[in-house]
Structure formats: structure tokens, C-alpha cells
Design a protein around this ligand. Sequence first.
Ligand SMILES: Cc1cc2nc3c(=O)[nH]c(=O)nc-3n(C[C@H](O)[C@H](O)[C@H](O)COP(=O)(O)O)c2cc1C
Length: 185
Amino acid sequence: MGTFNHLPLNNKETIVGEFDLLVTKTDAKGRLTYASSAFQKIAELNEEELLGQPHNIIRHPDTPRSIFYHLWTYISKGEEVFAFVKNRTKSGGFYWVLAHVTPITHIKTGEIYGYHSSRRRMPPHVRSGIEELYARLREVEAKFSHPKEAAMEAHKVLLQEIGAQNSIDYTKWLFNLIAQQSLAA
Ligand SMILES: Cc1cc2nc3c(=O)[nH]c(=O)nc-3n(C[C@H](O)[C@H](O)[C@H](O)COP(=O)(O)O)c2cc1C
């Protein structure tokens, strides 16, 4: 269990259907507590392989560290985060999604006890731009030996590149990108 993510990657893409909704939930530390059957099918992993595992078991190295830094910085403060994510499948392939991640809080105390992610297919027309942006972020990250420093420095570059001061600007950028390109399509 949990060792498949060291298996070699290949370039086989799994297409996420237009109406697929891939859902997972985690505890406060990011360990999986739920995976929808649609998620299990695309990830090629069953509940036994998933539950209790850290969410990074499906991590694909093409998604920059700075994107996950952005994700955790804001969800741990109680905000919702949208992100384009390339994930790996068990057999080493990949799929792209637009993820919406939110904290799950106790109704009375407001304390965060877990997180929820729902993913739809990535709008196809944003893909090449995001692939280029993520490649640039990975280049920045490669200059640092310390992973946290790499993530933080590339996150600054991300915000600079998209002209964002904060997470609200980032979300606006993401939705403008989808809307603009949809209009152009
Ligand atoms: C609800 C939730 C959903 C997540 N979904 C993904 C995901 O689909 N793919 C992924 O690589 N990481 C996802 N993460 C982030 C991982 O916890 C982790 O930060 C990321 O894979 C980077 O791993 P690393 O910090 O060990 O390099 C999710 C986290 C949470 C809380």
C-alpha cells in the first residue's frame, strides 16, 4: 500500500468526462477519508488502497510545489481554493482537473477537522497556457534545494506573473482565464 507512486510514469492520458465529478475528503492532515467511485475509477485505486493514505500518493511531478503551497496556505486559513492539477494514475498515466478544495469545519467551534475536494475536467482550452506556466514554475523551483523554499519562491513568481496580490486575485485570474478563453473558443 502506498508504494505505487514510486512506479515509473508514462504519458498515457486518462480523459476526464465532461460531467465527471471526482470527490475526495481528508482529515486535517490531508489523509484520505473518502474517495468517490468516479475518483477511484480514474485514479485506478480502490478504497483499500486510498483510505488513510496522504493525498500526495496521486501527486504528479508536473504540478509545481508552489501550487500545493498556495492550496495549503489558504485552505488552512479557512478559505476555498481553486487550482488546475495534473494527477497521476496508479499505472503511471495522468489526468488534468480543475479542483475546488474547501475546509470542513465543526459547525459550533469553526475548527477545521478536514478538507473536501471536488474536481471537474480541466477546460481543454486553458491547458497549453497552464502547461507553460507550470513548466516555468518548476524551473524556478529546481533552483532551490530546500522544497519549502522552492515552493515559496515559485509562489511569489506565480503571483507576479498573473499580477496577483493575494488569493482573491489568484481566483479571479483563474476564472478570467476560463471565461476569456471560452469566449474565444
Ligand atoms: C482535500 C485535498 C485534496 C487534495 N487533492 C490533491 C490532488 O488531487 N493531487 C495532489 O497531488 N495533491 C492533492 N492535495 C495536496 C496534497 O495534500 C499534497 O500537498 C500535494 O500532493 C504535494 O505533496 P508534497 O507536499 O508531499 O510534495 C490535496 C489536499 C487536500 C487537503
